[in-house]
Each structure stands twice: as C-alpha cells, then as structure tokens.
Unconditional design. Structure first.
Length: 211
C-alpha cells in the first residue's frame, strides 16, 4: 500500500514552490493585510487554499479534457482576458483606504473570505499549472490518486498554499509601518499583474483565431 504521507509531502512541496512567485493571489493577500489587518489576509489565504485544492483535484480528474476545452473555446479566453483587464483598471484607479472603520470590521467575516474565493477561482493559470505539475511529478513518482493517497495529496496542496500565503501575511507586517505608501505600491503591483494576465489571455485567444 502506498504511503499517503509521501503524497502529502509532494503536494505540499509542489504547491509551496508554485505559490512563491508573485501573482494576483499573493498580492491580494499582501494588499489586504496592509490595508486592514493580519486576520483579513489570513481569510483570503484560507479561501485561496481551499480553491487551490479543488483546482488540483480538477486537474487530476479532467486535466486533458480541460486543456482541450480551453483550446477549442476562444470565447472563454477572451472572457477571462476582459475580467482581468477590468480588475486591473479598477484596482489601479481605486484610492487606497488603509484605515479601519467599524463598518469594515462588521463586514469582514464574509467579504474577505469571499474575495479570496473569487480571486483564486478566476485565476486562469491554476489548473494549467497543476496539469504541468502533475506531469512533472509523474516523471519521478508513479502516483495513483485514489482514496487516502488522493486525500493526502490534496491536503498537502492545501497546507502548502496556506503556509506560503501566510508567509506573505507575516511579511506584510513590515509594510504596515508605511501604510499609505505601501498600500499604493501594492495596488499598482496587483494591477500590473492582473493586466499582464489579462493581456496574455487575450493574446492567446487572438493566436487561437489566427491558427
């Protein structure tokens, strides 16, 4: 019987390494921690970790089918491009509001968790990343994802994502010492990342039409 702990460790390591490069989720965690507090950043990290586990599961079950669907449906690529470019424009033009108010504190339990779900769910790179990661893992391990081994792998993905994003939450504590300046900087960085993803999706869609 294969050891579920090996699956957990591989899932943890793959997700941890895949989360370290800056992306929309990382920057959303940093921005929220800077603008509000650590708890709010952790809520986004927790929500994103749940979505990451589901995306890994989708890649395991339907990886090849999803890749074919995205290649065949150019309209989906254009839709994703529009969403990310619109988000980039909104975040870039929005004035930072780092101060805490009673209203924000009251709405925090739902809004930040939901924000994490939305940002992670709309990330078009997640499932393709896991399709690639699973292909790379198969070069070293003959994994069979079922039962306890599947649960162990997905748990490793969840923990790896949460640990990596929590590292960004902790690092954001320094930024809070220069709250207004760092909030504006993170806004700009997040907008640039989202714009890049949107333009990249649009370029891929245009290339699909030309081929």
């Amino acid at each position: 019987m294969e050891c579920p702990f090996l699956y957990l460790f591989v899932g943890f390591l793959a997700c941890l390494l895949g989360t370290i490069p800056f992306g929309p989720i990382n920057l959303a965690v940093v921005k929220t921690t800077v603008d509000y507090d650590r708890r709010s950043g952790i809520e986004i990290a927790f929500a994103a970790s749940i979505i990451e586990s589901l995306q890994a599961l989708i890649a395991i079950c339907f990886g090849a089918l999803i890749s074919s669907f995205l290649d065949a449906n150019v309209s989906v690529k254009f839709f994703l491009a529009f969403i990310f470019i619109a988000l980039a424009i909104f975040i870039f033009t929005r004035k930072p509001e780092p101060e805490l108010t009673l209203k924000k504190q009251q709405s925090r339990p739902l809004s930040f968790f939901r924000k994490g779900l939305i940002i992670a769910g709309l990330n078009p790179q997640a499932v393709p990343f896991w399709v690639f990661a699973l292909a790379a893992i198969s070069q070293y391990f003959e994994f069979q994802y079922m039962g306890l081994t599947l649960a162990g792998f997905l748990l490793g993905v969840f923990i790896g994502k949460l640990v990596a994003l929590y590292g960004f939450v902790v690092a954001s504590t320094y930024l809070k010492t220069r709250l207004q300046e760092s909030s504006t900087l993170v806004n700009r960085l997040l907008a640039v990342i989202l714009l890049f993803i949107g333009l990249n999706q649009g370029w891929n869609a245009v290339n699909s039409l030309l081929v």
